[in-house]
Design a protein around this ligand. Structure first.
Ligand SMILES: Cc1ncc(COP(=O)(O)O)c(C=O)c1O
Length: 240
């Protein structure tokens, strides 16, 4: 099974001392502005497979072969499609997802602070988890190799009534949150997978289901003050 690593919000994280993004056949990183580093929008795909690399270069630019930088790849298309203008051969249905020079300048400058910012993010996370009430929330996360994006708040036990109270408590106190953690919880429940994934298939994945209903992301960022984290924990614990 080819491994595609989604490292969109885990820049710099490691597993067994190796950086995430270096294990898979392909890995992708996001530079969306809430993430560890940003080019305002955009991201990066990594691979050490030459064929995939050439395809990716084409993909990001309308699927056009002139974006490939391997002459052999380009010439193959040119000789197979002699009726086409070589400057406009669309090998794949693609979009325009090219980033800009301005984005590159912003991103390369952020790169200089990335390691330092990851340490600050992880320190914030440790303080957050330490402050949570262990009767209500999960605290036993493995933090080795972690590069925290957002604070994971996960109920210990399933409880819809408590969940709704907690959400209105957070709203009332101006705490922004995202239920389902990264990207909308259990993906099998999302409309784009209905019809592909069997109905109720999602019920076979109790951990994803638990996070879907009883897990949240709360924003973390390098300059987040300690006092704010302590106040956040107090507010979350007060709801007992
Ligand atoms: C796990 C994961 N993958 C992919 C994405 C999408 O990243 P982007 O908005 O840069 O396309 C996100 C977005 O936050 C994410 O959380």
């Amino acid at each position: 099974i080819p491994l595609v690593e989604d490292v969109c919000e885990a820049h710099g994280a490691t597993f067994k001392t190796r950086k995430l993004g270096s294990y898979g056949l392909i890995s992708n990183f996001s530079f969306y502005y809430a993430h560890h580093m940003s080019t305002i929008e955009g991201g990066m795909v990594c691979t050490d497979d030459e064929e995939i690399y050439q395809i990716l270069r084409m993909f990001r630019s309308h699927g056009m072969i002139r974006e490939a930088n391997n002459e052999e790849v380009k010439n193959k298309y040119i000789s197979n499609y002699k009726d086409l203008n070589p400057d406009f051969i669309f090998a794949f249905p693609g979009y325009n997802v090219r980033n800009t020079e301005v984005g590159a300048v912003i991103g390369r400058n952020q790169l200089k602070r990335l390691d330092e910012n990851i340490k600050k993010r992880n320190k914030n996370l440790a303080l957050f988890l330490d402050g949570l009430n262990k009767k209500l929330y999960r605290k036993d996360f493995i933090l080795e190799g972690c590069s925290n994006y957002a604070f994971p708040l996960v109920l210990k036990k399933p409880d819809f009534e408590f969940r709704d109270r907690l959400e209105s408590h957070m709203r009332k106190n101006g705490i922004e949150f995202r239920r389902g953690n990264a990207g909308g919880g259990n993906q099998m429940r999302q409309p784009y997978l209905r019809g592909i994934v069997k109905n109720k298939e999602w019920e076979k994945y109790p951990e994803a289901e638990h996070i879907h209903h009883f897990g949240w992301y709360i924003g973390n960022y390098p300059d987040l003050e300690e006092l704010k984290i302590l106040n956040l924990c107090k507010l979350l614990n007060d709801l007992y």
